[in-house]
Ligand binder design. Structure first.
Ligand code: GLU
Length: 385
């Protein structure tokens, strides 16, 4: 899908055909007091309005844990993982029920999709999830997505729904991501501390100054602060999608954005767009392993065009199989690139530092002369803060 490129200052949402809308816990659950059914009905009404304009919409909704905490009678959000998993499982029922009721009242179908990091990291599962979502959109269904918090632990979590929204945006190549929150958008400084802070109306999503402006502020209920939103926008820009961060408290915010009004902060994608498979690699939040490379190899990769040969590898960490995505780091530990390994970790350990001519005698076979072929590799500088 080709993305429309609007002039700065115009609403990118008016031009977008496929949209991912993320609503945070505090907007769906009435500041932690359980699901706010009236608010859910308003979101659904607006999404039906977007549909009527011919737009496809995917909703990423938080709120399961907040609702579960209420249903289980906990006095506050627990910190123990099993209790959080239980709350998510209980609360997700309420969330699904609320959306189902509201969408069917408008004569629309919605579908629940609970994703994990592993669903997106495995290429086959990723493509499966993509085709399921595209099929739902083709049938005018609104997919309602959340992280499957019940079956994941901290180490393997996406962790926040801003990031999940960006991953889904890339998965379906949406034109735009709308992150609705309880603040008006991104400010030049924390508006609660600095009276001079001004709202950033338009910026490039990859502008490194944004992360510094976003600090680390977050509300008590949701998971992601402004920094996760800025990083989500940068991630979404990799597939060419623009991001709008706006207040969910603005009446009819989605419909007004679709009508061309400029609300909140618009973080524009540049013209560069990674090829789908390379973008999938950069969207891995965790990789199976990493190899350290010497300065010469790091330079040849950075200057572009080179494959990674075993001779340039100084160290191999982690356990990975042939075909897994691994990170390539320089001697300072900075991630230079990532790509699909032609060898398993145990083999890579045996052939590190070896010239190509010796690979076969060391292993008894040679899959390929490269550890990572340049066609299966993506440089990572752009992703670093
Ligand atoms: N998945 C979590 C929930 O539904 C929320 C994560 C977030 O708000 O970022 O409660």
């Amino acid at each position: 899908m080709s993305h429309p490129t609007p002039r700065e200052g115009t609403s990118v949402i008016a031009l977008a055909r496929r949209l991912v809308v993320k609503v945070g816990s505090s907007l769906v659950t009435d500041e932690g007091r359980g699901i706010d059914h009236a608010a859910v009905a308003r979101w659904v009404q607006q999404i039906a309005g977007l549909h009527a304009l011919g737009k496809e919409v995917i909703l990423v909704s938080s709120g399961a844990i907040a609702e579960g905490v209420k249903r289980l009678g906990f006095s506050r959000r627990p910190s123990e993982v099993p209790l959080l998993q239980a709350a998510a499982a209980v609360g997700q029922m309420g969330l699904a029920q609320a959306y189902e009721t509201a969408f069917s009242a408008r004569g629309r179908n919605c579908a629940q999709i609970l994703l994990t990091h592993a669903d997106l990291a495995n290429r086959r599962r990723y493509l499966n999830a993509r085709s399921a979502l595209l099929t739902l959109l083709a049938h005018h269904v609104v997919p309602v997505i959340n992280e499957n918090d019940t079956v994941v632990t901290d180490e393997i979590k996406v962790g926040d729904n801003d990031t999940l929204g960006a991953l889904v945006t890339n998965l379906v190549e949406a034109d735009a991501l709308i992150i609705l929150t309880d603040q008006s958008g991104l400010y030049s400084a924390d508006p609660r501390k600095d009276p001079q802070a001004t709202l950033i109306r338009d910026a490039r999503a990859d502008d490194p100054a944004l992360a510094a402006m976003a600090g680390g502020a977050g509300s008590a209920i949701g998971k992601g602060g402004m920094l996760t939103k800025v990083l989500a926008a940068r991630r979404a820009a990799q597939s060419g999608a623009h991001t709008v961060i706006a207040s969910g408290r603005e009446p009819d915010v989605l419909l007004r954005l679709a009508a061309g009004e400029s609300i909140g902060s618009c973080l524009h994608a540049g013209s560069g767009k990674l090829a789908a498979r390379k973008q999938w690699m950069t969207d891995h939040l965790q990789v199976a392993g990493r190899v350290s490379v010497d300065d010469g190899a790091a330079r040849r990769l950075r200057e572009g065009g080179a494959s990674l040969l075993p001779v340039g590898v100084t160290e191999v960490a982690g356990e990975f199989e042939r075909g897994d995505v691994i990170a390539v780091v320089d001697q300072q530990g900075r991630e230079v690139a990532r790509g699909l390994s032609n060898y398993a970790a145990a083999e890579a350990r045996l052939i590190r530092r070896a010239p190509t001519s010796q690979i076969e005698s060391i292993l008894g076979f040679m899959e390929q002369p490269e550890l990572i072929h340049r066609d299966n590799m993506v440089l990572m500088q752009a992703q670093q803060a």
